[in-house]
Design a protein. Structure first.
Length: 379
């Protein structure tokens, strides 16, 4: 995947005889770059300023550094996290999440309903009881008055009446059915029963525990569905923990796209051949590409690239493979015709993470393998 990115960026440096040709090659390059990120077209930016859910921002910061490079592999379940906000905007405890943006090839690993528990009002706090039961149901059908008919229990637990904060309920089975057949998605119903010590199953009017819902609460506290999925896209190498030889740093973003040149001089090419295999910076700037409207983080990243010669004899500092060592010997001794010297290529690759808005203005966190050259070697 990193090789594809390098090729696309190199297109900007090739000789271009006309502005029309430059525009055509740029459009082709951006289309190929979208394919690297698993998209056919770039998502449309939100129609108005929209704050991403704090949960998704915190998750991105936990998984990746400021450049989006994965710093804690293995935290995510799968390679994609999608967040959806409730579409009913009702004051009742009924919620509907539209999942049309989930691709058919995505495997649902886990689905969570996130509800923000409000501070109970002093008049509603029971004097002796401290817990009540919260139940989450999948609505199976609706009657003519659009009220829930049949329902299926998905999750239930005792919740404190004395504090506020997020409550998370796992509802994977229901979401899998919704993604298989959208007509099964009739929403969710949440009930509050108890407190403990009261008759079993007795509903409370009004309940002493309330969750943020409807239009009267801040966007950051709205009910949210979070899906952990895997789209099956995997790189050649598994994620590797840490950067033993790479200190996190902000990408050195160019002020503007490089001006195409007619080619490098013989002197420059000769210097490249004399220089031993090393890793060099390669900045990818999403704002210059035109993607800053829908990508939340990062603004860009340093992909790095490998350049230089692999001269005989290959030292350990060039991190050669056994095959490269043998090839360099054959090349140096001219023992076989047509055998070139080993090439300078990435021998460690790391993943990056993108936090972005999709076409439905849902916030998505996606991890892409093999996007950063961690180190270079002779192969």
């Amino acid at each position: 995947m990193l090789g594809t990115v390098l090729l696309l960026l190199a297109l900007a440096k090739t000789a271009c005889p006309s502005p029309a040709s430059v525009g055509s090659r740029r459009a082709e390059a951006l289309k190929k770059l979208l394919e690297v990120f698993g998209m056919e077209d770039p998502p449309a930016p939100p129609t108005h300023f929209k704050q991403p859910p704090q949960y998704m921002v915190d998750l991105f910061n936990t998984v990746a550094n400021a450049d989006g490079v994965t710093k804690n592999p293995g935290i995510l379940k799968g390679n994609t996290v999608r967040s959806f906000l409730d579409k009913t905007h009702s004051e009742e405890m009924r919620f509907l999440f539209v999942l049309s943006s989930v691709a058919k090839n995505e495997k649902i690993l886990m689905a969570e309903l996130h509800l923000f528990r409000l501070w109970p009002r002093v008049t509603d706090r029971p004097k002796r009881q401290h817990f009540c039961q919260v139940s989450v149901y999948q609505v199976l059908e609706k009657d003519k008055s659009d009220t829930p008919g049949g329902k299926k229990l998905l999750a239930a637990r005792l919740v404190s009446l004395q504090t506020s904060g997020w409550e998370v309920f796992v509802i994977t089975s229901a979401v899998r059915k919704w993604t298989e057949d959208e007509s099964n998605n009739q929403g969710l119903l949440v009930t509050v029963q108890g407190p403990v010590g009261s008759p079993v199953g007795s509903p409370l009017e009004p309940p002493p525990l309330q969750f943020a819902s409807g239009r009267g609460h801040h966007e950051s506290k709205k009910p949210m569905l979070v899906l952990f999925t895997d789209d099956g896209r995997r790189g050649a190498l598994p994620p590797t923990a840490g950067f033993p030889d790479l200190k996190p740093q902000a990408p050195d973003l160019p002020a503007k796209m490089p001006v195409p040149k007619l080619g490098r001089s013989r002197i420059t090419r000769s210097l490249d051949r004399l220089q031993s295999c090393q890793r060099h910076p390669l900045s990818v700037d999403f704002e210059e590409i035109g993607w800053s409207g829908w990508i939340i983080s990062p603004r860009g990243y340093n992909a790095f690239h490998c350049k230089g010669s692999c001269p005989f004899p290959l030292g350990e500092n060039m991190r050669p493979t056994n095959h490269a060592t043998v090839q360099s010997i054959i090349n140096a001794l001219k023992l076989s015709e047509g055998v070139s010297s080993p090439c300078c290529v990435p021998d460690k690759l790391y993943s990056i993470n993108l936090l972005y808005f999709d076409d439905d203005e849902n916030v998505v966190l996606k991890q892409y393998d093999d996007m950063v050259a961690g180190s270079c070697g002779c192969h």
